[in-house]
Unconditional design. Structure first.
Length: 192
C-alpha cells in the first residue's frame, strides 16, 4: 500500500521551512574515556535566520554529527528574534555587545561596504540579512561567546520608530534633518 505524503514517517517534509537559512558555525568533538576505550560525542553551533531581519542561534550535542546539527537547528529556530534594519541593509546605529570575555563592536556602514566581520559574526550578519556592516571582535575568539556577544549587541538596537513611539514624538522629530546636517558640516569646514 502506497503511503500518502505528509503521513507518519514523512515528518521531515513538514518540518522543513524553506524561508529559513542556516549556517553551521562550529563542530566540536569531545571524548569520554571509559573502561573499554573512548566514547566520542559531537557538539554543533548553528545560526538560523530568514535574511529579512530575524536571527537565532542554537547548540546541540549528540553521538553523531547530523543529529547534533539537527538539534542545534531546532533550538536556533525556537530562539529567533527580530532586529530592525535601516533600509533593509544595515544597522540603525553603532553598538557594542558583550558576553563573558567576548566583546564586539558593530558599526553602520554606507552602501557597498559589504560585511566586514570575523567568522562567527559574519554568519550572524549573513543570516540576519545585513548587507553593509563593519564589526570587530575584541577579547575572546570562542565562537560561542562571539555569537552571544553579537546577539547581545543586536538586542540593544533601537529603531527611530521605536524611540519615537516611546517618547511620544514623530519619527521626523527624532531623525536629524538632512539640510541641518549639511549646514553644520559646511559651517565646521568654514571655521577651520
Amino acid at each position: 500500500m502506497a503511503r500518502e505524503p505528509n503521513q507518519r514517517g514523512n515528518r521531515r517534509d513538514r518540518d522543513e521551512n524553506p524561508e529559513f537559512a542556516d549556517r553551521l558555525v562550529a563542530i566540536n568533538r569531545v571524548s569520554k574515556t571509559v573502561k573499554g576505550g573512548k566514547r566520542f560525542g559531537f557538539a554543533a553551533l548553528v545560526v538560523v535566520g530568514d535574511q529579512k531581519g530575524r536571527v537565532g542561534f542554537g547548540k546541540g550535542k549528540a553521538k553523531e554529527v547530523p543529529e547534533a546539527i539537527r538539534k542545534a537547528t531546532e533550538q536556533a529556530k525556537r530562539n529567533m528574534f527580530r532586529v530592525a534594519l535601516r533600509e533593509g541593509r544595515t544597522l540603525h546605529h553603532d553598538m557594542n555587545g558583550r558576553w563573558g570575555a567576548g566583546r564586539v563592536v558593530m558599526r553602520t556602514a554606507p552602501e557597498g561596504t559589504g560585511i566586514i566581520a570575523g567568522g562567527p559574526m559574519r554568519a550572524v550578519f549573513e543570516m540576519l540579512g545585513v548587507k553593509d556592516v563593519v564589526s570587530k571582535s575584541i577579547g575572546s575568539s570562542n565562537p560561542y561567546n562571539m555569537i552571544r556577544a553579537t546577539l547581545d549587541g543586536l538586542k540593544k538596537e533601537q529603531s527611530p520608530r521605536s524611540v519615537a513611539q516611546r517618547r511620544g514624538k514623530k519619527v521626523a522629530d527624532i531623525l536629524p534633518k538632512r539640510e541641518d546636517a549639511a549646514d553644520t558640516s559646511t559651517q565646521v569646514a568654514e571655521e577651520a
